[in-house]
Design a protein around this ligand. Structure first.
Ligand code: BV8
Ligand code: ZN
Length: 250
């Protein structure tokens, strides 16, 4: 349990906020047992750098190795459950006029916690698309017959995630940037703020005069610019932050 206290001026800002944007990273799923990118690699994956595996080059060079990594992460994701941090954000959506939830996570846990309209900037690990023609393939996959192939063009199938060097879904990114500029409050939760263009969003907010709250047990690249930094695990800090609104006399 964290001893993080919500400062009075932040509580007042929460109460006055009609439009909120929340950007989440791997840290928000850490308490669900989904390893963060920083400490992603355990066991047989310990010797691989995730940023090396999550690239189109790595997939072309050894598609089976990359698939084995994603199938390992899919199993972790399937067995994971949303934690109180995910649940608090789903609840916040009903306590403010507009909450735009933007995530770098590919685990789908926000939607499983009940959040609606989540902007998945980096895709979703449970979806599969063709590397060549792009169509989605909903079949359950394994590697028994080698790298799975597309039913339409026989191209290689790949997880529907954004790899390093690949563009983000432009619609989601544009909506996230627009929401950041007109928000009353921007929450940056469980992210090291190092991967772009997602890490640029809190600066869009700051440039537009929108205060930024960082929720992270450790300092990040954003900390020096954050308006408030709450140093604790999101699984206990977020319920406390949202409780500020829940306690408001209706
Ligand atoms: C692109 C999907 C161009 C795959 C991912 C500008 C400057 C420098 C570099 C670049 C730049 N612009 C672009 C780049 C290159 C690159 C980049 O940013 N590189 C970095 C490493 C410097 N960006 C790209 O390549 C992007 N594409 O630019 O394309 C383009 C444009 C047009 C046409 C062609 C090309 C694509 C980036 C997306 C890559 N895909 N994921 C997969 O998952 O397999 S990124 C992946 O890593 C995650 O999605 C996430 O974004 C990132 C990991 O970061 P975090 O989520 O923050 O996690 P991390 O482990 O780092 O930190 C966890 C944090 O949680 C820590 O701070 C920890 O303290 C905290 N924590 C721990 N426990 C808790 C907690 N917090 C709260 N509670 C807890 N309990
Ligand atoms: Zn195809």
């Amino acid at each position: 349990m964290t001893d993080v206290v919500i400062p009075d001026d932040l509580a007042a800002a929460m109460r006055g906020a009609r439009r909120v944007v929340a950007l989440t990273g791997a840290g928000v799923s850490a308490e669900s047992g989904v390893p963060t990118f920083r400490d992603a690699q355990t066991g047989l994956w310990a010797r691989y750098d995730p940023a090396q595996l999550a690239t189109p080059e790595a997939f072309r060079a050894d598609p089976e190795l990359v698939w084995r990594w994603y199938l390992w992460r899919r199993d972790l994701t399937r067995t994971a459950e949303p934690n109180p941090g995910h649940v608090a954000l789903a609840r916040l959506q009903d306590l403010v006029d507009e909450l735009v939830l933007v995530t770098q996570n590919v685990d789908g846990l926000h939607a499983r916690a009940g959040s609606r309209g989540v902007l998945e900037l980096h895709g979703n690990i449970m979806r599969t698309v063709c590397f060549r023609c792009g169509i989605e393939d909903g079949r359950e996959l394994n590697l028994d017959g080698g790298v799975p192939r597309c039913g339409a063009c026989d191209g290689m199938l790949r997880p529907d995630v954004v790899w390093f060097g690949e563009p983000l879904p432009m619609d989601a990114l544009t909506r996230a940037a627009e929401a950041a500029r007109v928000a009353d409050l921007f929450l940056s939760i469980g992210t090291s703020s190092l991967v772009y263009p997602a890490a640029g969003l809190p600066y869009e907010a700051l440039t537009a005069g929108v205060p930024v709250v960082e929720i992270n047990p450790a300092p990040t690249a954003l900390s020096a610019r954050a308006t408030w930094a709450l140093r604790g695990p999101s699984g206990s800090v977020l319920p406390r932050l949202v409780a500020v609104l829940a306690s408001e006399p209706t």
